[in-house]
Design a protein around this ligand. Structure first.
Ligand SMILES: Nc1ncnc2c1ncn2[C@@H]1O[C@H](COP(=O)(O)OP(=O)(O)OP(=O)(O)O)[C@@H](O)[C@H]1O
Ligand SMILES: [Mg+2]
Length: 231
């Protein structure tokens, strides 16, 4: 069982300024608590700021203003090296575009986060990669390159990479977007199992209401603002 982790954000905002474009206020003054051990869905139209919010929660994007606390301690604003170690110890990420390394095998892609996680011994790498790949049904694809996988298999490789270290918090951006109904259910069962039986806290961004409805709570975003929390 992991140590349960909660997140609390206050006044979180992020704008983007692209050359020749007006300023986009992607996330505006968001207040949000993710309780320890819950599984939460964030839904909303395309462009409503879901990925920006998720990536700020996971310290991948730096907010313009606001604060992020984990279990009551500020975690934003750490120096780079410390932030990097903190991320690797605490967050498993599924990125919206999968972010797999094309030049590496599926095995090396899934192993990658363990290279930065000092609590995992190299002697564990192989068995951990195999176990994660088996849970996602891609254990027979480990020697291939990502380009030699189907879209759904690439997505499952990205999820295997997010769970391989066993961090207490999983942040998943559209983890079922490329999956058929059967694999969507396998991935949701896995994320629910990691939450219920393994003590992980899980945040899922999704467009799929059948995924969102299986979560403890649904958070709706529109135009960078949280509309209302349900359940
Ligand atoms: N790097 C960037 N530079 C400029 N604008 C950006 C950047 N990233 C996102 N945006 C803009 O910020 C807004 C929010 O984007 P974000 O990716 O957070 O939305 P989203 O809700 O995840 O959308 P989707 O459901 O399509 O993934 C959008 O208007 C988008 O165009
Ligand atoms: Mg997105």
């Amino acid at each position: 069982m992991n140590d349960l982790k909660s997140l609390c954000v206050k006044g979180l905002s992020k704008s983007y300024r692209s050359p020749g474009d007006s300023v986009v206020r992607a996330v505006r003054n968001v207040e949000l608590t993710i309780r320890a051990g819950e599984i939460v869905a964030i839904v909303g139209p395309s462009g409503s700021g879901k990925s920006t919010l998720l990536n700020m929660l996971g310290l991948i994007i730096t907010p313009d203003s606001g604060s992020i606390e984990m279990d009551g301690e500020r975690i934003d604003g750490m120096p780079d090296g410390k932030s990097c170690r903190f991320r690797s110890a605490n967050f498993g990420y599924v990125m919206q575009d999968f972010a797999l390394l094309d030049g590496e095998s599926v095995y090396c892609n899934i192993r990658l986060p363990m290279l930065y996680n000092k609590s995992i011994r190299p002697s564990e790498y192989k068995s951990r990669v195999r176990e994660a790949a088996e849970r996602l049904g891609i254990a027979d694809k480990l020697r291939r390159r990502p380009a030699q996988l189907s879209g759904g298999e690439r997505q499952r490789a990205a999820i295997a990479r997010a769970i391989v270290c066993g961090q207490p918090m999983i942040l998943a951006d559209e983890p079922t977007g490329s999956l058929d109904a059967q694999n969507r259910d396998i991935v949701m069962n896995l994320l629910l199992d990691l939450c219920r039986n393994d003590g992980r806290t899980v945040v899922i961004v999704t467009h799929d209401m059948s995924v969102a409805e299986r979560c403890d709570r649904i958070i709706r975003m529109k135009d960078g603002v949280i509309q209302r929390a349900e359940k």
